[in-house]
Write a protein that binds this ligand. Structure first.
Ligand code: HAM
Length: 432
């Protein structure tokens, strides 16, 4: 009989305890930063009606990446590929009760049928942070400030750039200036978004298919290298005005400065692959060429909550994936050595000492320490090795002579020191 494979499904990961400890450490930092800005955590089901994504998520996610199924009641269901539609549904469901602005975050696992590669898997976890129902630019600025604080929390601020653009500015350029239809605008947007992946030849072909002339393509190129000041002068419109104001707010928040120090920069090539963005859009990149995938992406959406009823609420948010973040932290040696998970190993040399060993273990646990016992009788050397292997900081060892006097030997495995201690003083000694 052939054995079953020990490998997880393609594009997914098992989290052995060492990996889960790292994931939990990452999530706890994320939670700390979100809480420090007053954001509250929410969650939603992993299965949603298919239409939730068909409405706004965009062609790539819906037609190529969605995992979907028919349930036994003949309902077409999808496994969530992103959290934003569920969040919008939840906000719409209690739109009048929720205190505004709504400041929420979540860390869901998401599924996308992708070709697995560095930075892209079929299942990933994604921190989602969103704020709805506030002055749009103040909210955009807060969210970008939070995103920057997030990366600072991991010690990575020297290795990232956050690139910001505005969909309205691009609509002005593509629609009014270049005369493209909405359909062709979408095609051009997708081609610019995919340019690093598809290469120059396919990019040029996609543009000409969308009705962009060679001369217009040249103009686009010079637009892409323009400063915000130049764009604001050449393209006065709501989009460029919003960008100018946003950068002023970001300077006040201390995260955008002019000159080479800037961490948040204007980048007119940022489009975002999802269809629901209507204003500010942004992505964060690792400056190391090893990691060329965006570490997070997001933007403003005006028309999502309105899908669920007549009340509208504009919002802005971002998603930051755990796969790219872990690559980033490893590339820049920002992952600390994880702390041990066991404080004390209480040995068991003989069956007769088990009662006393269990009492000691119980007292230590009640004092808040993490204690393991060997679950089998064994010699001093073997048990000491076990204690070391499990990463215990202390081992409680029973010698015959000490035991007879109501004492044990406590070994500090980190310092490699030891002392004899009476049963009643063990907790105090170990807690220090
Ligand atoms: P997204 O750009 O599709 O946006 O994903 C955001 C981030 O999730 C990416 O920058 C990347 O770090 C990570 N990510 C996405 N797909 C994968 C994958 N297959 N494997 C590994 N990591 C991945 C959204 O999903 C928006 N819903 C974000 C948002 C929240 N917009 C507003 N609020």
């Amino acid at each position: 009989m052939a054995f079953l494979s020990t490998q997880p499904y393609k594009g997914t990961r098992d989290f052995y305890p060492d990996d889960l400890q790292i994931r939990d450490w990452i999530f706890s930092k994320m939670r700390e930063v979100c809480a420090s800005f007053g954001y509250r955590e929410y969650d939603a089901p992993m299965l949603e009606p298919f239409e939730l994504y068909a409405a706004k998520s965009g062609e790539e996610i819906v037609n190529q990446q969605l995992y979907w199924m028919m349930d036994k009641g003949d309902r077409k269901m999808a496994v969530r590929p992103e959290m934003t539609p569920s969040m919008a549904r939840m906000v719409a469901g209690k739109i009048h009760e929720l205190p505004k602005p709504v400041r929420w975050f979540s860390i869901p696992n998401l599924w996308r049928y992708e070709r697995p590669q560095r930075g892209r898997l079929r299942e990933h976890w994604q921190l989602n942070v969103d704020v709805l129902g506030a002055d749009p630019l103040y909210a955009d600025a807060e969210l970008l400030t939070l995103a920057f604080s997030m990366i600072r929390k991991f010690g990575g601020e020297a290795h990232v750039s956050i690139r910001v653009n505005n969909r309205r500015l691009m609509d002005e350029l593509f629609g009014k200036r270049m005369g493209l239809s909405a359909e062709n605008t979408l095609k051009v947007t997708k081609a610019i978004d995919a340019r690093p992946k598809i290469g120059e030849e396919k990019y040029a072909a996609a543009l000409s298919e969308a009705g962009v002339t060679d001369a217009q393509r040249k103009d686009l190129e010079s637009f892409f290298s323009s400063s915000l000041e130049k764009v604001a002068t050449d393209f006065p419109c709501a989009g460029s005005e919003e960008l100018v104001k946003l950068f002023r707010l970001l300077e006040e928040s201390g995260i955008a400065a002019s000159g080479s120090e800037a961490k948040v920069v204007f980048d007119p090539t940022i489009m975002r692959g999802l269809d629901y963005y209507t204003g500010t859009v942004f992505e964060m990149f690792d400056t190391s060429p090893e990691n060329n995938r965006a570490m997070f992406g997001g933007g403003r959406y005006d028309n999502l909550v309105g899908l669920f009823g007549k009340d509208k609420l504009s919002g802005v948010g971002f998603g930051m994936g755990d796969v790219t973040l872990r690559d980033f932290l490893e590339t820049h040696s920002l992952l600390p050595k994880m702390p041990g998970t066991v404080d004390v190993f209480v040995s068991l040399p003989k069956e007769e000492s088990r009662g006393q060993a269990e009492r000691i273990a119980r007292d230590l646990r009640e004092a808040g320490l993490r204690v393991i016992t060997p679950l089998e009788v064994g010699g001093f050397g073997t048990q000491l090795k076990q204690a070391v292997k499990h990463g215990a900081r202390h081992a409680v060892l029973f010698g015959d002579a000490e035991f007879a006097e109501g004492k044990v030997l406590i070994k500090n495995l980190a310092l490699n020191s030891q002392e004899t201690v009476a049963f009643g003083e063990i907790v105090e000694k170990i807690r220090g």
